[in-house]
Ligand binder design. Structure first.
Ligand code: PMP
Length: 427
């Protein structure tokens, strides 16, 4: 039983000692004190099905015993900076990670977060090409440091950052985008940015395969192959941000970009990679990686023994427990059931996504697609009362983001949909 401070006491301390910009998701925020696989427990011992753990980096489930053991054992043996001496943890994990990537993507740089990984990827692309221009997609989220905030394209996540050399392309959004599902039409916008907004050469194109923060938007089919071809012709590199869509989440593939049939020059990752441990990575080819030998490059904790031991354990659990297959089977089942709710409630405008990266968009008018922001908040709060935690996103804040740990079961899926059904019926 939990003996610590109450939710009210924690809230008071947060108000006084933590950033005023911190937000919490619910009217009465939950005090989560324990996690086990796809479940979270509050201070009163109440169980919640965690359908948003994927964003909080968990892919094997909270406190997976194999991952915990790897972390504890390595912590007892050694925790240090990566770069100064030899240690097996970082080399073993780099080898295992490289084996999950196609083509010649085999050189790994470790970081502590997704932001750092994307910052490094952008820098590498600029060094390799000698160009400065970066193209990213509107509605993207790539991080919160100078370069990545520039590449992020939603006003709600941007401060007064100098947006050096970044161009934002039309979002190939099948639901709200101007060209519907015609990926090649959106891709023309990227070619036009190159033609009219740059010298004709660019450093890189950077995108997610499924936009996460942006509200689970699957890029229109045909978009990425066409864009990658334009970028290559302009001498640029293609960077795949797999921070949310990677690590078996899409079910059909290990990486989100594979669902589009493209091979990037650089892949960035974080979140799921360490199952809750701060870890990120940039993977690229030996030829491209070479640019970082021009100067000294150093990251104190990127790839430290404890985090990389966790990473290796995660890869083993994904394999051992067939989590990719589970994401595919349970994800399809859950998507079917959510689509069933769409037939029942006018309020649901769209159900989309792949594997265990699903989105449900609420609109007050299906024709006009008017965002149902207040209803989204209300349903989310109700679902919490029923014991289900889902996320929220999209530019208008009207999309449920369903990204549970990959061990999510059909029973959990049923429980989630029933809770959503009941909450919607009471609106
Ligand atoms: N890329 C994507 C696609 C993300 O969703 C995020 C985090 N929401 C980031 C990058 C940044 O990762 P971090 O918060 O670990 O810096």
């Amino acid at each position: 039983t939990y003996m610590g401070p109450t939710a009210e006491e924690i809230l008071e301390k947060r108000k006084e000692y933590l950033s005023p910009s911190l937000f919490h998701l619910y009217k009465n925020p939950v005090n989560i004190v324990e996690g086990k696989r796809q479940y979270l427990f509050d201070d009163k011992g109440r169980r919640y099905v965690d359908a948003f753990g994927g964003i909080a980096t968990v892919c094997c489930g909270h406190c997976h015993p194999d991952v915990v053991e790897a972390i504890v054992n390595q912590t007892k043996r050694l925790q240090h900076s990566t770069v100064l001496y030899l240690n097996n943890a970082i080399a073993d994990f780099a080898e295992a990670l490289a084996s999950k990537l196609p083509a010649n993507l085999k050189v790994v740089f470790f970081t502590n977060s997704g932001t750092e990984a994307n910052e490094l990827a952008i820098m590498i692309a600029r060094l390799y090409t000698g160009c400065h221009d970066i193209i990213s997609i509107r509605n993207a989220y790539h991080g919160n440091a100078a370069g990545t905030m520039g590449a992020t394209a939603q006003s709600i996540w941007k401060f007064n950052v100098v947006q050096s050399g970044v161009h934002h392309a039309l979002n190939p959004d099948p639901y709200r985008g101007v060209f519907g599902s015609d990926g090649e039409m959106y891709a023309r916008d990227v070619q036009e940015i190159i033609n009219f907004g740059t010298s004709g050469n660019v450093a890189a194109f950077l995108s997610e395969a499924i936009q996460g923060v942006g509200g689970i938007i699957e890029l229109a089919p045909g978009y990425l192959p066409a864009v990658y071809s334009s970028i290559k012709k302009a001498g640029g590199l293609c960077i795949a941000d797999e921070v949310q869509s990677g690590f078996a989440r899409t079910g059909s593939h290990f990486w989100g970009f594979e669902t589009h049939g493209v091979v990037p020059d650089i892949v960035t990752m974080a979140k799921g990679i360490g199952n809750g441990i701060p870890l990120g990575a940039v993977v690229t080819t030996p030829e491209i990686a070479e640019v970082l030998t021009r100067r000294s490059y150093f990251n104190t904790f990127g790839g430290n023994p404890v985090c990389t031991a966790a990473g290796l354990a995660v890869l083993k659990v994904i394999e051992k427990e067939k989590l990719q297959e589970n994401a595919s089977v349970v994800g399809s089942y859950l998507k079917d059931r959510l689509t069933g709710l769409k037939d029942k409630y006018e309020l649901i405008g769209d159900v989309r996504g792949r594997g265990l990266m699903l989105g449900v968009e609420l609109v007050t008018d299906r024709e006009l697609k008017t965002p149902a922001k207040a209803e989204t908040l209300h349903v989310m709060d109700q679902m919490k009362e029923f014991g289900v935690l889902v996320g929220k996103g999209g530019y208008y804040g009207n999309v449920f983001r369903i990204t549970p740990p990959l061990c999510f079961s059909k029973e959990d899926a049923d429980f989630l949909v029933d809770a959503m059904d009941l909450s919607l019926s009471r609106l």
